[in-house]
Design a protein around this ligand. Structure first.
Ligand code: HEC
Ligand code: HEC
Ligand code: HEC
Ligand code: HEC
Ligand code: HEC
Length: 206
């Protein structure tokens, strides 16, 4: 093959693979301090309301934290366990009932705008695209299981989520954050079992 043509083919291939890489680079979390990261979410879901005021257990929604690497985000259909019946905050429903009484008519159903987004997602079978907040870089291995089994509270690493209207990363999640706790716990016992919190590089980096 002619050398010029080969060069052209190769340049085109390089450009296309670079273009293909861009979305991956944007999605990838680079090392560094991401504490304070508090992205807006597609539905204004409030942990202060659900985990705080209503006192719903964290693991009711993040059920896989104790049996898999990931804590998991509940699906829209899990929200529907309650929101099939609850279409708005009680205060909104009460206000409509009073208004209807004044106007001598039957109260209309009140559907909160943020819940309407949930109903639309269910109706069109489109998953809600929540923005990821806590994420370690690809070269770090983290697994929820041993941490939950060791009796650590979610709040130790995620801060007081039950007070947050919108989830914010509180800790740096850098290497010092992990290793400092591991050093302090290694060799201690929990419920009679020795804790093995390693500082071995290969436990967190393959
Ligand atoms: C009613 C369901 C529900 C309950 C209860 C709940 N969560 Fe969540 N959680 C969600 C949803 C939905 C998201 C994704 C949207 C968001 O970030 O707010 C989420 C996101 C998160 C995130 C951020 C995930 C990321 O991308 O980094 C953390 C951390 C978290 N929850 C911790 C907790 C803790 C700790 C509790 C208990 C104090 C709790 N959650 C209770 C539904 C719930
Ligand atoms: C265990 C029951 C339960 C689950 C599961 C649940 N919610 Fe709720 N949610 C409630 C209750 C109860 C209220 C109303 C509280 C009130 O009346 O003040 C509410 C209120 C809301 C509101 C506020 C509505 C308004 O009027 O502004 C939104 C938005 C919402 N929930 C979204 C979600 C989403 C998204 C999920 C799934 C990730 C979810 N909820 C899961 C019980 C639940
Ligand atoms: C020892 C620290 C630690 C504890 C304890 C912890 N987490 Fe996490 N969590 C993390 C780290 C680190 C990440 C990012 C992991 C990654 O990028 O894979 C994360 C990610 C998450 C996420 C988003 C990704 C996913 O795993 O689905 C959710 C939701 C979450 N945690 C919820 C919880 C809940 C709920 C609890 C308590 C039951 C909890 N976490 C306990 C450190 C912790
Ligand atoms: C608050 C304390 C604490 C923090 C913070 C913490 N860990 Fe751990 N980690 C533990 C404990 C305790 C264990 C051991 C549990 C046991 O002995 O069963 C453990 C175990 C592990 C294991 C399993 C090790 C093995 O040999 O099986 C890995 C991997 C791990 N942690 C990674 C991380 C990473 C990555 C981070 C930071 C993003 C982190 N940890 C932050 C307390 C912590
Ligand atoms: C308990 C888990 C854990 C252990 C053990 C661990 N690391 Fe890390 N390491 C991390 C985390 C988490 C990051 C990501 C830091 C960030 O996001 O900024 C990291 C990042 C790094 C980086 C990238 C530069 C930086 O600081 O961000 C290097 C290099 C590194 N680790 C080397 C090592 C070596 C060498 C060892 C063994 C002596 C080791 N790590 C042990 C969790 C760990």
């Amino acid at each position: 093959m002619n050398g010029r043509i080969l060069t052209i083919i190769l340049s085109v291939a390089v450009v296309f693979s670079a273009i293909a890489l861009v979305p991956r680079l944007i999605a990838m979390r680079l090392p560094g301090d991401h504490s304070g990261f508090e992205p807006e979410q597609p539905i204004a879901f409030s942990h202060r309301l659900h985990a705080g005021e209503l006192n719903i257990n964290c693991q009711y929604c993040h059920a896989t934290a104790q049996r898999s690497r990931y804590a998991g985000i509940p699906s829209a259909s899990a929200c529907m366990n309650c929101h099939k019946f609850i279409t708005s905050r009680r205060a909104g429903i009460r206000a409509e009932e009073e208004q209807a009484k004044k106007e001598h008519r039957k109260p209309n159903q009140v559907i909160a705008p943020e819940l309407n987004k949930l109903y639309l997602a269910i109706k069109t079978s489109t998953p809600v695209r929540w923005n990821r907040i806590h994420q370690v870089p690809d070269f770090v291995y983290f697994d929820h299981r041993p941490h939950i089994a060791a009796g650590l509270d979610c709040q130790r690493c995620h801060g007081p989520v039950e007070t947050m209207e919108r989830v914010r990363q509180v800790e740096t999640l850098n290497m010092g954050f992990c290793v400092n706790c591991h050093r302090g716990r290694d060799g201690t016992t929990l419920n009679g079992h020795p804790v093995k919190a390693t500082s071995d590089c290969s436990a967190c980096h393959f």
